[in-house]
Design a protein around this ligand. Structure first.
Ligand code: NAD
Length: 309
C-alpha cells in the first residue's frame, strides 16, 4: 500500500520516520520547498536522544508526481487543512483512505468539504515533535504517546487495520477506538488549557500548575468544555477532566506547547480548532462559554501583536 503524508513538518516527519522503518512505501508531500529539497538531498534527519538518525524518505512538493495513494495522512496545521485537502486531489482514488490525526476539532469537517465523508478516518496522537529546520526534526519523546483513530460515521476496514499494524510495528502504540470522540475531547481539555495559558504566560506546562490564579482559569475552562461535551453526548466530567489535566501536567512538566512557540515566532496558532471550536459549539447548543471567549480573544490579539512586531 502506498502512503502519502501531507504536511511533513514536525509530526508528519515523525510518523514518516516510523512508517519508513517498517518498510512501507511512504512519500512526504509538503509545500515548503527548502524542507523538501533538504530531504531529497540528505534524507530526513531525526534528532533523538542526542543522536542524528538519517532516514531515507521520498519527498516532493509536486502532488502529480505521486499517483494514487491507498492512505493519505494529514499533518498540516488546522488553518492549512482546506488548501491541503484540495492540493492532494491527484492522489485520491475511489479506494483512498484519508486520515487526520491533527489536534482539535474540525479538521475532518474541512477535509469532508472536499472529499467523500465515508473516506475519512479521524483521531489523535499524544506523540510530540518539533521542527528544527529544513529536513530536521527533534523527536526526544518518540514512542512516548498513543495514537487512536476510527472511521468517520462508520466502521474501519483493512486500511485502518494496516495503518494501525504498521504504527505498532514501528515504535508507536496505535489502536482503533470507536469511542474516538471522547478521546479527542479529553485531548481538547489539555490543548484548551495548557496550550493557551502557556502561550499567554510564555511558560512551561509545569509552571502553570502551582498558582491558584491559573487553577481558577483551568476550572472555568473545564466546566464550560464539559457542559458543551455533555450536550453533544460526550461524557467528560469536570472532575475527570481536572484529574487528566493534572496527570499530563506532571508527566509533561518541562514541555513548552506548540502554541507558545508559534506565538513567540509570530505565527498563527490553532486556536480556531481548540477554544474556537468550544465557542462555536457552545453558541450552537446555547451553552455559555465566556472563559473560552476571553482566552480566544486574548490569543487572537496576541497573534496580531506578534505579527506586527
Ligand atoms: P508543522 O508546522 O511542523 O508542520 C506542518 C507542515 O505542513 C509544514 O511542513 C508546512 O510546510 C506544511 N504545509 C503547510 N501548508 C501545506 C499545504 N497546503 N500542503 C502541504 N503541506 C503544507 O506542524 P506540526 O507541529 O507537525 O503539527 C501538525 C498537526 O499535528 C497539527 O494539527 C498539530 O496540532 C498536530 N500535533 C502536533 C504535535 C507536535 O508536537 N508538534 C503533537 C500532536 C499533534
Amino acid at each position: 500500500m502506498k502512503i502519502a503524508i501531507i504536511g511533513a513538518g514536525a509530526m508528519g516527519s515523525l510518523f514518516a520516520w516510523q512508517l519508513v522503518k517498517t518498510g512501507a512505501e511512504v512519500v512526504a508531500l509538503d509545500q515548503w520547498a527548502e524542507h523538501v529539497q533538504a530531504m531529497q538531498r540528505d534524507g530526513l534527519i531525526v534528532e533523538c536522544a542526542g543522536h542524528d538518525l538519517h532516514v531515507p524518505l521520498t519527498a516532493t512538493n509536486s502532488p502529480k508526481e505521486i499517483g494514487t495513494c491507498d492512505i493519505i495522512l494529514f499533518f498540516v496545521k488546522y488553518g492549512q487543512t482546506t488548501d491541503a485537502a484540495q492540493w492532494i486531489a491527484p492522489l485520491v482514488g475511489p479506494e483512498t483512505l484519508l486520515v487526520t490525526l491533527q489536534n482539535g476539532v474540525g479538521n475532518a469537517d474541512r477535509i469532508a468539504e472536499v472529499h467523500p465523508d465515508n473516506a475519512i478516518a479521524y483521531g489523535l496522537t499524544t506523540l510530540t515533535s518539533e521542527m528544527l529546520g529544513p529536513g530536521r526534526i527533534e523527536a526526544s519523546f518518540a514512542g512516548k504517546g498513543e495514537t487512536y483513530f476510527w472511521r468517520r460515521g462508520g466502521q474501519p476496514d483493512s486500511r485502518e487495520e494496516y495503518l494501525k499494524d504498521l504504527l505498532n510495528a514501528g515504535d508507536y502504540a496505535a489502536e482503533l477506538d470507536p469511542d474516538i470522540d471522547l478521546r479527542i475531547w479529553k485531548k481538547l481539555v489539555i490543548n484548551c488549557c495548557f496550550n493557551t495559558i502557556c502561550g499567554l504566560l510564555d511558560c512551561t506546562v509545569g509552571e502553570t500548575m502551582h498558582d491558584p490564579e491559573t487553577a481558577r482559569i483551568f476550572d472555568a475552562l473545564i466546566a464550560e468544555l464539559s457542559a458543551v461535551a455533555a450536550a453533544k453526548g460526550i461524557g467528560i466530567t469536570p472532575a475527570a477532566a481536572r484529574s487528566y489535566l493534572e496527570e499530563v501536567g506532571r508527566d509533561a512538566a518541562s514541555h513548552v506547547p506548540s502554541m507558545a512557540i508559534d506565538l513567540r515566532a509570530g505565527r498563527q496558532t490553532e486556536i480556531e480548532c481548540l477554544n474556537g471550536a468550544i465557542l462555536r459549539e457552545g453558541a450552537r447548543l446555547a451553552i455559555p462559554t465566556p472563559t473560552h471567549a476571553l482566552i480566544y480573544n486574548l490569543i487572537r490579539a496576541r497573534e496580531q501583536i506578534s505579527s506586527r512586531r
